[in-house]
Design a protein around this ligand. Structure first.
Ligand code: C2E
Ligand code: MG
Ligand code: MG
Length: 566
């Protein structure tokens, strides 16, 4: 018991009756009630189980709960509770992330009030914690189980070691349908689709409404072939059109599937893999059913496991993630002008994994934007240290389309710039041609909003896609980065010289500057110096290095000239 005085039985019963009166709330909201005199409290059973607390009744629950709060949110929480117990405040209303028993975090809002006795003395502190990550398990529009229900059911299959197949099916262009015909029509389509899916496929398993226009099916009995046949039938049916009054709206679908035979994985990883297959179906396969790594099925398990480990690393305070910086030099003077932040992930099991080995999987994962924020913050924080020696130093940070498409992206960037105290005109965000997967208007809005505050944009891997020039025409890029694939053989290949010439002229038309990546030899540099290129990057100058090494080089006698080889 230590520092706590034992609570008398009468007070405990009173606490119980108060608690019962409080606790009739939905399954996404938990209740806690604390007898402040004894710092003895009772907490909802569901919360105790989900978050792995010692029990429903606890002495000193504030400290115990604080252990579960995300380190970044802990200070605010701590202060709030301290003020309440010190009598400085009469309640709190805060949002934080709380760690579940399984190590993942849920976003919770916590509202509490202090109940005083007649003499004004604080007696009880009670309130409700709403778990935004859990919510109810039923989708109000379709009546189907929702994504939280899906996660629970997947996890329960895994826990019980039951082999299953999961599938995500979605409707293409629902946003446009909503815009053209109105939300009522969009909703009616979702309802009809959910109903049909449940009757035709889900009858042999469970059907779920996921976020937006996506649905999911879990089945224990359908093989890949069965599912493919069923999907083709559903697809044919909806392609003929959904009727709504006088309208007939043809619907196109996309779908991804995954067999879960490996029980070391978790619900979030399964969903991430399904989303990966779904995106592949939508972007590259015209809506055909895509199995997660069908063609390399033996490896499928490895991919799922790797993704699982990466997600865990992210949840574990980005353990194993770090950033290297590759210097960028002025093409004329060859002096350092900035650096590009390049992400790395290292784990005991996989060693050092380069970004191409995990970013493509992770991009479609709901967790990616969290990592994206970490990269932005970390890279700007490091760059600020360099700017103490070299104020004009510019940091280039790579973005994924999955980060940019989030509605809070612009606010997030400004928030981080503010937090770090970074000068926006020293920040250059790199987009690859894959950003074409996004709506051009959305991209233009994002770029315009950030450029208005001074942030620059570079088009990375220029020339590797099929309409690079088209992108330059439509979007306000400040720089193009010519991919190293175009200069690798420039010393002997006349065609590469012509291409580079062509690219620099194109950049001239759009008034963007040019950076060439992948300069490896002095010969390459000598040739490229003849073109209208503004900056160089490549192993000839430096490989990607740790921030300490970059700072060390700048602090050394040769200063910013250190990357100049001659
Ligand atoms: P990128 O943005 O085009 O980055 C340039 C890549 O070329 C880097 O590979 C760099 O190490 C490599 N490189 C630079 N100079 C030379 C050279 O002279 N020779 C050769 N052979 N290679 C050179 P890296 O670090 O493996 O990154 C690969 C890609 O992963 C990046 O291509 C970028 O698209 C992506 N990536 C890296 N970090 C991030 C990140 O933080 N966020 C996102 N979304 N993507 C990232
Ligand atoms: Mg880049
Ligand atoms: Mg590149």
């Amino acid at each position: 018991m230590g520092k706590f005085e034992m609570i008398p039985e009468a007070r405990k019963s009173f606490l119980d009756s108060l608690f019962e009166a409080f606790s009739i709330i939905g399954d996404d909201t938990y209740v806690y009630l604390c007898d402040m005199q004894y710092d003895y409290s009772r907490w909802s059973k569901v919360l105790v189980e989900l978050f792995g607390l010692p029990g429903e009744y606890m002495y000193g629950a504030g400290d115990i709960w604080e252990e579960h709060i995300h380190p970044e949110d802990r200070e605010v929480f701590h202060e709030g509770i301290e003020n309440i117990f010190a009598g400085k405040s009469s309640g709190h209303d805060m949002q934080y992330r709380a760690r579940r028993k399984d190590g993942g975090y849920d976003v919770c809002t916590c509202r509490g009030i202090v109940i005083k006795d007649e003499s004004g003395k604080a007696q009880y502190f009670g309130g409700a914690i709403r778990n935004h990550s859990r919510q109810s398990h039923v989708d109000k529009l379709t009546g189907l189980r929702n994504q939280y229900g899906f996660f629970l059911d997947v996890q329960s299959h895994i826990n019980n070691q039951k082999v299953m197949r999961a599938c995500v099916v979605g409707i293409s262009g629902l946003t446009e349908i909503n815009e053209i015909y109105g939300y009522e029509v969009g909703n009616a389509i979702l309802q009809k689709f959910g109903r049909y899916l449940m009757d035709h496929v889900g009858a042999r398993g469970g059907t779920y409404r996921m976020d937006g226009a996506k649905f999911a099916v879990i089945t224990e009995s359908l093989s890949y072939e069965d599912l493919e046949n069923a999907y083709e039938e559903v697809r044919a049916h909806f392609r003929e059109g959904v009727k709504k009054e006088t309208l007939n709206i043809p619907i196109e679908l996309n779908a991804g599937t995954l067999a879960v035979e490996n029980f070391t994985t978790d619900d979030q990883t399964v969903y991430a893999c399904l989303n990966f297959a779904y995106e592949d179906s939508k972007r590259n396969k015209h809506g055909d059913l895509v199995e997660f790594y069908n063609e390399i099925n033996k490896d499928s398990r490895k991919h799922v496991e790797k993704l699982h480990d990466i997600r865990n690393s992210i949840n574990n305070d980005f353990e194993g993630f770090y950033i290297l910086y590759q210097p960028v030099v002025d093409a004329k003077t060859e002096k350092l002008v900035g650096a590009e932040a390049l992400l790395r992930w290292k784990s005991e099991r996989y060693g050092m994994v380069p970004p191409d080995g995990f970013i493509p999987f992770l991009e479609n994962d709901p967790i990616f934007p969290i990592l994206g924020k970490w990269i932005l913050k970390q890279a700007m924080t490091d760059a600020k240290r360099v700017q103490e020696i070299m104020p004009e130093f510019v940091i280039n940070i790579n973005l994924s389309y999955a980060q940019v498409e989030r509605s809070d992206f612009v606010d997030t960037v400004w928030m981080i710039v503010d937090q770090v105290g970074f000068e926006p005109d020293k920040l250059c965000l790199e987009l690859t041609e894959r950003c074409r997967l996004l709506n051009v208007d959305l991209l233009r809005n994002v770029m315009t909003a950030l450029r208005a505050g001074g942030i620059r944009f570079a088009l990375d891997d220029f020339g590797t896609g099929f309409s690079s020039v088209g992108l330059l025409k439509e979007l306000p890029f400040d720089t193009i980065k010519i991919d190293r694939g175009f200069v690798q053989k420039i010393e002997e290949d006349e065609q590469e010289k012509k291409l580079v010439n062509n690219f620099t002229q194109t950049a001239g038309i759009f008034e963007t500057s040019v950076c060439v990546e992948g300069i490896e030899t002095v010969g390459m540099r000598d040739i490229l110096k003849k073109y209208s290129i503004h900056s160089f990057q490549g192993y000839y100058y430096s490989r990607p290095i740790e921030i300490e090494e970059l700072l060390g080089a700048l602090n050394s006698e040769s200063g910013a000239l250190c990357f100049h080889r001659d």
